[in-house]
Every structure is written in C-alpha cells, then in structure tokens.
Design a protein around this ligand. Structure first.
Ligand code: ADP
Length: 445
C-alpha cells in the first residue's frame, strides 16, 4: 500500500475513533438529561396530586369497573393506599401497577417504573392522618427528540469523516512532496555524471536523508573514479611492455643482426615479459581477493616457517638481497606461532614487503623480526630513504609509484595487494619511517 494512502487511512481511523467516542458521549449525556427532566416532571406532578387529593383524607378504593374518563390520555396519575388498593386514577387503565413495582417504590421512596406504554415515577406520601400512599404519575415518553439528535449526529459523523479524508489525503501528499522531489532529483543522476548533488533546502528530518544520500553519492563517485583510474592504469601497464616488446622486435627485424644483438634483444624481451607476467599475476590476485572473498581457503599456518620460505624464495631470485630473520620473544606454547591464513596470499604479502625493503634501499638489506610480546607480530625493517608522511597516504593506491622510484623496476600494485591481503586476514599494519634512515612495516596478528 502506498505511504500516502496508509497515512490517510490511519489519520481517518484516529479521527473516526475520537469522533465516535465524543458523539456517543454527547448522545448518552443528552439522553440522560432528557430522561431526568421527564421523570422530574412526573415526580412533581405526583407530589402535586398527593397534596390535592389525599392531603387530609383517603378516598374510597375504586371499583374495578370504575373509570374516571372513557377516553385514553397520554398521561395518567394513580394513588394506591397501604393495602395496594387503587384509591384514585386520572386515567384508569385496565392493568394496574405490578405489586413488585409498588414494593420498590415503598422501599426507595421514589422509583421509576415501566407500565404498559407509559413510563412512570412513583413516590410515597403520608397525609395529615398518618396514612401511607403511593402516588404514581406516568406519561408516554416521546423518543422523537432523541431520534432526531441521533440522526443529526450520524450525518455529522459522515460529513466530518469526508472532510477529514480529503484533508488527510491532501496533507499526506504535502508531507510526502519533498520525498517525491528527492526521488525526482535522484532519478536525474546518471553514472555518466556523478558530480550532481541533492540540494538541502530546509533543515528538517529530510535534510538528514539528503545529506546521507549526498555522502553516498560522494562514495560512489570516488569508487567510480578509482575504478576508472584503475582501468586506465591497467591498460597502460599492460600496453607499455607490449609496445616496448613489439618495437624492439620490429627494430631488430629491420636488417640482419649479429648473434650478440639478437641475444640482447631476446634478454630484454624476456625481462619485459616477466614484468607483464608479474603485473597480470598481481592483478589476478587482487581481483580474486575482491571478488571471491568467501571462496578463499584459510588454514593453520606456522608464521616462522612462512617467513623462512619467503626469505629462501626471494634469495633464489635476488641472491644479492641481505635478509636477516630474528626471533625476539618466542611464545611459550608452540601453538601460538600458528595463524589462520591463506598461505599463498600471506606469503605474497610478506614477500612484497621484504622485496620493497630491499628494492628501495641502497644496501639491499632488510631485517625481519618475529615477536610475541603482546601479540604475534612481524616487523620488516629496511634502511633505505624512508617514506614521507604525504607519500604514506598514497603508497597503497593501485599503480602509485613515487617519482624518485620510477626508474626502478616495479608496477605499483604490490602494496595495494598487500593491503587487500592484510584486510582479508584482519591483520593490522603499522608503518614507522624516518626520512633517510629507513622504514618498518609491522604486521600485528
Ligand atoms: P612497486 O614497488 O611495484 O612500485 P608498490 O605498490 O609495492 O609498487 O609500492 C608503491 C610505491 O611505494 C613504490 O613505488 C615506492 O615509491 C613506495 N615504497 C614502497 N615500499 C617502500 C619502502 N620500503 N621504502 C621506500 N618507499 C617504498
């Protein structure tokens, strides 16, 4: 159901409920007043009749056949003596008052009764001689007045509900108009132009929603930009080595060359192919982490063994790297050296950090420290030029390479891959660096 319809229905229900309660209250209060007035009138008539007819003496009881008037009136007054004998009747009816009703009048001194088509009020009376009487004045209660009031109230109810329905529909529409406006503005925002933002017109509940939408749009825009940059970087990184390879091949094939030249060309092409393979491998791993998070297998791996293997692999490729591995504090239980990880990805992350440390320092020296003081941690310290605070904010961006290192071999994907792997493993990374002295990347498990 539409919110506007639901709001209107809820509004009508509330108003109808309150209205019904108040109309019922008015009707029953009024009915009470009308009845009280009617019975009070009868009561005074009974009292007046008593004063006039039995004040000094009791009349003789009336005979059954005795009828003071032959026509039936809409009113009647009757007097009964203490023996329940009818001693006076203004409009003698066939059926007398029930003895139980007379008993009730006697008990209460004043009592309302129903008698044939009449409604009556009965009172007790003691005359000068000390004789006890019951005087009943009765009349036909005319319900027309109440009926009219009931009809007026019913018509009134439906008129008010009709007005409330129209008003409710109008106000619900007014209240929802800004939401509709936001929806219209949002539908104008296309992926091709994500710079548009929703205007904040008034400070109200909806301005919070608009602010939330705008910050969502900020995030979407930056994600889109990042993706665009990533794609252009990827194509650039893949195109570059391919262009170099094809140019080298074209130049070499232009004329007959010596074996030496062919050998040099092939060596250079092999290097570029390695770079290409490296970029593709890193990109594949990055894509896998982002798209198949749930499918990545985690197992118990022994951290010190992982480091030994990474060190050995790196030394195989770069025998001139100087990698030292120290264990500062070993946990008492061997079990604490194990971590839940995807072994291949963890090795890639640690390997990239060690490789960077060696690559970006003149002496190609890195010290790895395994520590278990507060938590299990691995520190990778190099003695290179260090990383400035501004650079530290950018080095994890895909394809970022600092200007001073553009001449070194690299792709700029290494650290963004490290960041994704660490996030996947919930491993905290702390970087400390001093310009000119070196940097330490500390992984806290
Ligand atoms: P790559 O090493 O392929 O350039 P990375 O993503 O691993 O890509 O690193 C990004 C940039 O961060 C590097 O180009 C370098 O400028 C800087 N960097 C990374 N590690 C270090 C380090 N240990 N010391 C100094 N600079 C570093």
């Amino acid at each position: 159901m539409q919110i506007r319809t639901r709001l209107t229905i809820q509004f009508i229900m509330i108003v109808a409920g309150i209205l019904l309660l108040s109309l019922f209250f008015i009707y029953f209060k009024f009915k009470g007043y009308v009845e009280d007035e009617f019975y009070n009138g009868l009561r005074s008539k009974a009292a007046m009749t008593a004063e006039m007819i039995v004040k000094n003496d009791a009349p003789k009881p009336m005979q059954e056949s005795e009828n003071s008037l032959l026509i039936t009136f809409s009113e009647n007054v009757m007097i009964y003596d203490d023996q329940n004998k009818l001693v006076y009747a203004f409009n003698h009816s066939q059926k007398g008052i029930m003895p139980e009703d007379l008993g009730e009048i006697r008990t209460h001194g004043y009592y309302r009764i129903a008698h044939e088509q009449f409604a009556g009020a009965g009172i007790t009376y003691i005359n000068k001689k000390g004789e006890h009487f019951i005087i009943i004045a009765e009349a036909i209660f005319d319900p027309r007045e109440l009926g009219n009031l009931r009809n007026i109230l019913i018509i009134d109810f439906f008129i008010i509900i009709a007005i409330v329905s129209l008003g409710g529909w109008f106000f619900a529409g007014q209240a929802l108009a800004p939401v509709q406006q936001i929806m219209n503005q949002l539908s104008c925002i296309r992926p091709t132009d994500l710079s548009k933002r929703l205007p904040i017109e008034n400070k109200n509940e909806l301005s919070k929603l608009v602010t939330t939408f705008n910050s969502l749009l900020d995030r979407i825009e930056s994600a889109f930009d990042q993706q665009k940059r990533f794609i252009s970087n990827v194509s650039h990184e893949l195109k570059n080595p391919l262009t170099i390879i094809s140019t080298q091949l074209e130049v070499t094939l232009q004329k007959e060359r010596s074996n030496e030249v062919y050998k040099n060309t092939l060596t250079s092409i092999l290097e570029d192919t390695h770079t290409l393979a490296n970029v593709s491998e890193n990109l594949l791993q990055l894509a896998k982490i982002n798209s198949e998070k749930g499918a990545i297998l985690f197992e118990k791996v022994r951290l010190d063994e992982v480091i030994w293997q990474v060190k050995a692999n790196l030394l195989k490729i770069h025998p001139y790297y100087k990698i030292a591995f120290e264990v500062l504090n070993l946990p008492e239980e061997e079990e604490n050296l194990f971590v839940q990880a995807n072994e291949a990805l963890l090795k890639t992350a640690i390997s990239n950090l060690i490789d960077n440390g060696c690559k970006y320092s003149e002496d190609k020296k890195v010290t790895i420290t395994l520590d278990y003081t507060d938590a299990l941690s691995v520190g990778i310290q190099d003695f290179g030029q260090g990383i400035s605070a501004e650079e530290r904010l950018r080095i994890f961006e895909p394809f970022y390479r600092s200007d001073q290192h553009k001449n070194r071999q690299g792709t700029g994907i290494g650290l963004s891959l490290v960041e994704s792997i660490l996030q996947l493993h919930h491993i905290q990374l702390e970087i400390s660096s001093v310009k000119g002295e070196g940097s330490t990347f500390k992984l806290i498990f």
